[in-house]
Structure formats: structure tokens, C-alpha cells
Design a protein around this ligand. Sequence first.
Ligand code: ADP
Ligand code: MG
Length: 581
Amino acid sequence: MSRVHLLSDTLASQVAAGEVIERPASVVKELVENSIDAHAQAIEIMIRRGGISLIRVTDDGVGMDRDDALLCLERHATSKIRTAADLATIGTLGFRGEALPSIASVARFRLTTREKEAVAGTEVIVSGGKLETARDGGEAPGTQVEVRSLFYNLPARRKFLRSENTETRNIEHQLNLQAIGHPEIAFSFVRDERLVFQLPGTKLLRERIRDLLGSELLARLLEIEPRARAKIQLRGFIGQAGVSRASRAQQFIFVNGRAIESPVVGAALREGYHTALMKGQFPVTFLFIALDPAEVDVNVHPAKREVRFRDPAGVREAVVAAIRRTLESDRHTWQEQFRGPPPTQPPFVRPESSPPLAPEPAFVIAPTEPPVRDQSFAPPNEKRPTLPAHRFQILGVLNKLYVLMENAEGLVLVDQHAAHERILFEELRRRMEEQGVPSQRLLLPQVVSLPPRDAEWIERNLATLQKMGLGVEEFGRHTFKLESLPPFLSGADPARLLHDVIESLKSASQSTSPLRLGEDMIAKTVCRHAVKANDPLRQQEVEKLIRDLLECELPYCCPHGRPTMIQISLGELEKKFGRKP
Ligand code: ADP
Ligand code: MG
């Protein structure tokens, strides 16, 4: 008895729809992508009740003639590819020809469309995959798709939907992705009859980010400077060191214009932001990666969320390098803020009872020279000598921890412990990269036995450990002799230390350079050795601390990603005091 039979088209579409259309946000994604592929200049999105009751997407794109309007509802009907070779050079967002038939099979679906020059358009209505109406219609040129009662014919599916709020959030996230990915297109979004955003088309990504997410965020972003001849091109904006979120919600990554999720890129971002973000936090990125379409396979996932890179290591390297270089370029911002003369004049006078840190007239602090008197109060016409870099006035220390100072912008608060950590960290890393960390012989060499796997790891990495100032030698099977340590570790228990090092480095070692291996350990060590919250510092020490900090590569956060300095501008103070709206 034969038992095999073909599924009806409707059922087959419903089965396939499960992969493409998981939730209302997937409908929005597919429809908006179709509008983008149709060269729309303006896209309007309207939803009701989390998109479950209604999703309507209207565009002013090329539209379809009557034949296409009917054909596009068949499975595997597409205008975007023809041959297998086209798959290797996909330039559109869609190409699988699955979205419209999938959506039409699991909802009440209405399509109206009209080509620019056509006298009349077409209206097609489908319910649960069954064609109900096809007639002349459609007003403005372009296409409108209305999707009502999503999953009305698939109760099991519908039960899996989350609350309206959650579905709305998903849709909003999806629209954020599309809007950031295509600043040149105008977007408007109406949710439950309320206008959520209306974004004019713009050539500038920065304007789109501002319009969508606000100028406050924009002010904390850095632009990636593109590299002209690179095979993998990167552009966009990333958050300054320390700007982070508890989720990936503002981690926008595009590959050849397509929003993607990618473990490769995610790991590269983490590495690029190493020591610039707190544990468990995610960077804010608007990252556009462009590479030869043949170098990336987008046909991995029905929803095309994931991509496969032919050379993942190359992508990773390019991303890490771009992030590092961009974060470090921001140093100039801080240095700029310390360039002009601090406004306080004449010097602040302290009350008698204040702590010993007496303020002195503003100093100009040169990176290599001893402090010199600020010459900024000289008569304006007098020719001034070129002033060394950093100008600030220390006002005092709050709670034995926060250095209060003034620069041309206003008030600066510095966490002295975090600042010192950053300085020590970079100092040690530099030494490690240049000539290796100096090592001090132990009075009593220690012999440590290790489990076989750890022993193997040590054998393979002896050279790196040496560079990090850990004098380790093999001393029999799975046994090692520890003969010297970096001076700043001399108090540590050698056996514990070796275990710690193995633990923290093993996890980092798979994909990182040997030099990066040491960073985690340095960061930990440095924390123990940096000046503490309660350590009183003399004026000169504080000054040196600030000066050294401003010379760091990433001065604004400690190696654990916490901020070292907070700038409060005079403008912000004026606002707080109600002097300015
Ligand atoms: P795909 O986008 O993968 O080609 P879809 O099912 O999403 O598959 O769409 C099928 C076809 O319908 C598209 O290839 C396109 O030709 C046409 N189409 C869909 N939406 C629009 C639209 N908004 N404007 C013009 N044509 C569209
Ligand atoms: Mg499509």
C-alpha cells in the first residue's frame, strides 16, 4: 500500500512559512525588505496590537503589473535571481521567493500595487493561502501589503506569540535595523494609531542615527575612518569606550547592506572593546561591513539572519583593528578638552579647615616637563610661547577618591583608583610588548605539578609566559619549576598564581594573539597594585596621575571598562541650575 503523497500547495506553504515567518516582526522584516528591493524612497509601516491584528507596509517603489502581482504569491517566484550563478553575487535583500506566499498562507492578506506609468493597478486578496479576489485597483504608484489576523488558521502557532508589548518591541527593533541600514529612505511608523517616528531620507548615517535615537547618543559615538584599499571595508559609528548596554539591542551590524547576527563579528567586537567595556555589557555599534559578495554566503538561514564568511579570520581581524583604531582616535577629544585654559580666575580660595591638598594657581602640565605656571592670563596681545598639552586646575579630592578638577570645558571628576589602574595597565602592556616584563628571581624556586592538560598548555606557551615575566621551566613529567616572577607579583603564592594564569589564559587563547593573552592577567594584577580609594595623594602625585592618564591610549576607562573620568561641562551645570533652558 502506498503511503507517500504530495502535500497540497497550501499546506506546503504553511509548513515552509514556519521557517520564514516566526512572528509579526518577521512579516515586517520581509515586507520592508521587499519595499527596499523595489527601490522605494519612502516606506510607511502601520501596526495594530503588536502586529497580530494588523501590519500594513506601503511603499512608493516600482510596483508590479497584474501578472507579477499574481505570480509573486507562488512559492519560489522571484524577480531577483535567475540562475545558480546569481546566488554568488546577490545584491538584493530577498532572493528566495518565499516571503509573500508564506505570509499569505498564514494570514488574511491583501496586496495592492501599481507600476508608475500604468493606468490601473491590481488588488489581490488571499486568505489562508486561498485566492479570493484579483481585480483592478490600487491608487498611488507603488505597493501596499496588508496582513491581518496573523496565524488565524494556525492556533498552535498563535499560542507561541508573546505579549503584544513584546511583539511590538520586536517589530520596533526590526524597523530600527532597516532604518539604520537605509538612511536614504524615508520611514514612518505608526503603532496603534500613534506616530512613533517619521524619519526623512538623508545621505548621512549620522543624521539617521540622531533622528532615530537622539543626539545624546550621537554625541557619544565615534566615526570609523574607512581604509581606502582594504578588501574588507568598514564604516559607520561605534560607542566611545565605556558606552555600553546590557543587551545587544543597539548592536547594529550590516554585511553588504543586510542586517545580520554573527558570532564572528560579535566576538571581534568584544575583542576590539577589550578593556573598554564592563563585563557582561555590549557595545553600541552601527557597523557596516562591505566585501565581495562572493566572500559571504547569505543563503544559510531562511530568514537570512546569519551569514557565512569565507574568511572569518580576515573579517575578525578587520573588525578588531577598526574598533581599536577608532577607540584610540577618541583620545584627541579628551586632549582637546584639556587644551584651553581653565576658567577659574583668580585661583579658588580654600576655607581653613580643608584637607591638605591646597589648590594652587592653574598649572600647565607638560607631558615631560615639570609643571609650569599657566601663562594664559598674560595680556591678550602678548606673544605666548606654545603651551604644552594638558591644562587643568585641581580643585581638591572628594571622599579621598574623586579628584575634582577644572578644565576649559568645566568640571572633571577622576576616580583616582581607576585612573591609576589604566596607567599601570598600559605601562605593563607596553613593557610586555617591547621587551617582556622584567622578572625577579625567587629566593626559593617553587616546584609545581599540574594535571596533564594544563601541563601541555604550559609547554606550548612557555615563550609567552617568559615574556610575561614568569620564569617557568620544565622539571620532569607534568612538573614545572617556577624560578622568577614579575616584581609586582612577588608577594603572590606561586602555585596559585600559575593555576590562575592557566585558567584565565586558556579561555582567552583560542583566538587571540599571544600578547593579548597577558592582558587579562595584567588587568587583574594591576587592580591590586593601583592606588586605593583611601590612599591620600600629594598634589604633585595627583597631577602626575592626571598627566599620565591623559597620555594613555584609552584614558577614559580602567582595564575593566569602568570610567576613569567624567566631564561635566559648564553648559550642563547651567542647565542644572536653571540658568539655561
Ligand atoms: P523575494 O523577495 O525573495 O523575491 P518575495 O516572496 O518576498 O520573494 O517577493 C516575491 C516577488 O514579488 C519579488 O521578487 C518582487 O519581484 C515582488 N515584490 C514583492 N514585494 C514587492 C514590492 N513591495 N514592490 C514591488 N515588487 C514586489
Ligand atoms: Mg522578499
